[in-house]
Write a protein that binds this ligand. Structure first.
Ligand code: FAS
Ligand code: PHB
Length: 388
């Protein structure tokens, strides 16, 4: 088999890259370890930055997004029993859109299949070779047979636990990491949102986030121990803890059947550089942010927008400049988004190791935000998305 760009991973990064390359007349093959059903129903992120929404719509992926996406013009910070609304529209003129990641993946796969373009699900034993030559290769097994894909470029879009980053020889990458002393217990429940917008609740018992997927489906999160046993959390215990952490006079959570629960570990992670020879890392394969800032999916989109532009110049005009600048261009945004995600996480979560002074610093940060247009604007412009 041969193609111009071999893409490992059919998450948002790999699928959007394949979509953008096809629109630029560049051939690619997507190799995915899991089944189509698995990747299309994996519940993860829920918030699209305006740049992500604009890119999806401008590249022909806006039909369902326009129908089912929920524009959100602000979020609420809840602390000390009161709310402070961050008014995105007034402060930045922008909004975000609540639209589940699994729908983005479904839309991208549907577009790929409608164009009859190659995407191989349940590809196993994927391995990348000859990365520092101009003829890199991907070997894999599919439908019971061994295959080799000769390509000009390999895009490592295989997430944090994929094989592409680890295929880079030791000593090449600089790794930066912070592991947080907590995780998020997330649930999907058949209940109406208790508010029109997201609520980030900072409480002495721990952080809680009240998000949503539709007028009938909520996505709720609780800060918990990093090694929390999900079995120890009955539905009643989850609802009681969510209610306690989001309590405010006149507010009541709507409860309903919990249809999915998950545990998401919290880390900040960056691997530099995001390129090794003809291998380009994008999305979670290169970086992880704590989900507090709603950035993981959006950062993956930003990476592949840069990579697609660089590949178009490379294949159309033989101009390598975009690819040579890829890592530095992406990392400039990655580190700003890492900072914002770390800041939101540090401000809103409870750290058992915190001294009373540090807890006062957290509360002072929230009080300052609530009283300062400048501080609220800084949060808003990061949350809606930095310019691409
Ligand atoms: P992905 O991990 O989405 O996709 C990588 C793909 O590569 C997967 O389909 C995987 O099966 C495939 N793959 C892996 N190894 C392979 C191999 N060897 N061969 C072939 N294919 C291989 N972000 C938010 O903003 N908000 C959230 O609430 C949120 N919740 C999350 C919950 C969980 C449990 C996780 C893990 C992440 C969450 N994220 C969240 C972050 C998430 O949305 C990612 O940022 C986003 O999926 C990144 O997309 P990709 O880079 O495409 O990686
Ligand atoms: C979600 O809806 O899954 C979500 C929203 C905002 C976040 C994290 C997750 O910061």
């Amino acid at each position: 088999m041969r193609t111009q760009v071999g893409i490992v991973g059919a998450g948002p990064a790999g699928l959007l890259l394949a979509h953008l390359l096809h629109r630029a007349g560049i051939d690619s093959v997507v190799l995915e370890a899991r089944s189509r059903d698995y990747v299309e129903n994996r519940i993860r992120a829920g918030v699209l930055e305006h740049t992500t929404e604009d890119l999806l719509i401008s590249t022909g992926l806006g039909a369902r997004l326009r129908r089912e996406g929920l524009p959100h013009r602000g979020v609420h910070l809840r602390f000390g029993g009161r709310d402070h609304r961050i008014d995105f529209a007034a402060l930045t003129g922008r909004h975000v859109t609540v639209y589940s990641q699994h729908k983005v993946v479904q839309d991208l796969i549907a577009a790929r299949c409608a164009a009859d373009l190659p995407i191989l699900f349940e590809a196993t034993d994927v391995a990348v070779h000859d990365l520092t030559t101009d003829r890199p290769r991907i070997t894999f097994r599919h439908a019971g047979a061994a295959h080799e894909l000769a390509c000009d470029i390999i895009a490592g879009c295989d997430g944090f636990h994929g094989i592409c980053r680890s295929a880079i020889p030791p000593g090449v990458l600089r790794i930066f990491e912070r592991v947080y002393p907590f995780a998020w217990l997330g649930i999907l429940a058949e209940a109406a949102p208790a508010a029109d917008e997201l609520i980030y609740a900072s409480h002495d018992r721990g952080f809680a986030l009240l998000s949503m997927r539709s007028p009938e489906l909520v996505r709720l999160y609780l800060q918990c121990a990093p090694d929390e046993d999900l079995e120890a959390w009955s539905d009643d215990r989850i609802w009681a803890e969510l209610a306690a952490r989001s309590a405010r006079p006149g507010f009541a959570l709507n409860q309903g059947p919990i249809v999915q629960r998950s545990l998401t570990p919290m880390r900040s992670f960056v691997a530099e550089p995001m390129r090794h020879g003809r291998l380009f890392l994008a999305g979670d394969a290169a970086h992880i942010v704590p989900p507090t800032g709603a950035k993981g999916l959006n950062l993956a989109v930003a990476d592949v927008a840069v990579l697609a532009r660089g590949l178009e110049a490379f294949f159309r005009r033989g101009d390598p400049a975009g690819l040579d600048a890829y890592s530095a261009t992406c990392l400039d945004r990655v580190w700003k988004v890492q900072r914002f995600s770390w800041w939101m996480t540090s401000m809103l979560h409870r750290f058992d190791s915190h001294t009373p002074f540090e807890r006062h610093m957290q509360r002072a940060e929230l009080d300052y935000l609530a009283g300062s247009a400048a501080a609220s604007t800084a949060l808003a412009e990061n949350y809606v998305g930095l310019p691409l």
